[in-house]
Design a protein around this ligand. Structure first.
Ligand code: CP
Ligand code: NVA
Length: 325
């Protein structure tokens, strides 16, 4: 498995992944290449590099893809995953995020956490002595963004020079991580959203800085048509994220013009992909005709969560120096 050898030099061992901007473009490139190698080889041919390792997973919110893909990934690499659900372990009344992190660090080799607010996750990660991976917070969803880049790269054969148009809630976790990932990898990023859902100027400046060395740019448009015109990828997510259910009606009213329909897709490049992190609210943010249509790669994205997270776990958890190439 020579691709795995590439991880030995990344220096990712023992690190946390809370936001995509924690990674360099080179580190992202290595993770994607290893994920690609793992995807091409049958799971039964892969070395049990995580034998004896346990991944702890704490979920304050529901999950299908994140939970199952991490668990299956650990099994395929010879390790084990345990999952705890519920509000008590993190910000609940029982104990502080720091104490939970210190205790869990004595039992497991890495921890995936899905939280509501991002700040307790930062506190948790600062106190943990094993790698902590953000399995989605209100601010970021870095594992999704890595899987999305892998999906785009396998379709176009490259990333640099492409343009992703993200339409809908431009301030949510998926948009933020995808934007960081895209710009770091030389993919320009257009956001189509109403002013109420536009990322703050400070975040847009941060994104522009990330993209500058690669010649990639970010732009936010109120006009969904302008955002999508000639884009290589059209991406959307639910209008209301988990934990913001009280905003459902307000979001639906503001975001209705940003639904991805066949007419909107027709404005993008002919070869454009449609992407969505799932779960989707069909006939809200996207028409059935688009998500079930020939341009849609949503299930490739879901599958790629598995491959990219296996690569990430190997990078964070294994001492690969000296492994046979
Ligand atoms: N896309 C994603 O993270 O899905 P889950 O919420 O089901 O994990
Ligand atoms: N923005 C969505 C993503 C779900 C994977 C949410 O946070 O609910």
């Amino acid at each position: 498995m020579s691709t795995v050898q590439a991880l030995a030099d990344t220096g990712l061992q023992g690190r946390n992944l809370l936001r995509i901007a924690d990674l360099t473009p080179e580190e992202i490139g290595t993770i994607l290449s290893v994920a690609d190698g793992l995807k091409r080889s049958r799971a039964t041919d892969q070395l049990p590099l995580l034998r004896g390792k346990t991944l702890g997973m704490l979920f304050e919110k529901p999950s299908l893809r994140t939970r199952v893909s991490f668990e299956v990934g650990m099994t395929q690499l010879g390790g084990h995953a345990m999952v705890a659900h519920g509000p008590d372990f993190m910000v609940g009344s029982r104990e502080t995020p720091e104490d939970v992190a210190r205790v869990l660090s004595r039992y497991v080799d890495a921890i995936v956490v899905r939280t509501h607010a991002h700040e307790p996750l930062e506190r948790f990660a600062a106190a943990a002595t094993v790698p902590v991976v953000n399995g989605l917070s209100a601010a970021a969803h870095p594992c999704q963004a890595l899987a999305d880049l892998l999906t785009i790269r396998e379709r176009f054969g490259t990333l640099a020079g492409l343009r992703v148009a993200y339409v809908g809630d431009g301030r949510n976790n998926v948009a933020a991580s995808l934007a960081e990932a895209a710009l770091l990898c030389g993919v320009s990023f257009s956001i189509g959203c109403p002013p109420s859902h536009r990322p703050g100027d400070e975040f847009l400046t941060h994104l522009e800085r990330l993209g500058r060395p690669q010649g990639a740019h970010v732009r936010a448009f109120t006009s969904v048509q302008r955002a999508v015109r000639d884009a290589d990828v059209v991406y959307t997510d639910v209008w209301t994220s988990m934990g913001e259910e009280h905003l459902t009606e307000r979001n639906a009213a503001a975001l209705l013009p940003y639904r991805v329909t066949p007419a909107l897709m027709a404005l993008a490049a002919k070869h454009a992909l449609f992407m969505h992190c799932l779960p989707a609210h069909r006939e809200e943010e996207v028409s059935d005709a688009v998500i079930d249509g020939p341009q849609s790669v949503v299930f490739d994205q879901a599958e790629n969560r598995l491959h990219v997270q296996k690569a990430l776990l190997l990078a964070l958890l294994t001492e690969l120096k000296g492994m046979p190439a």
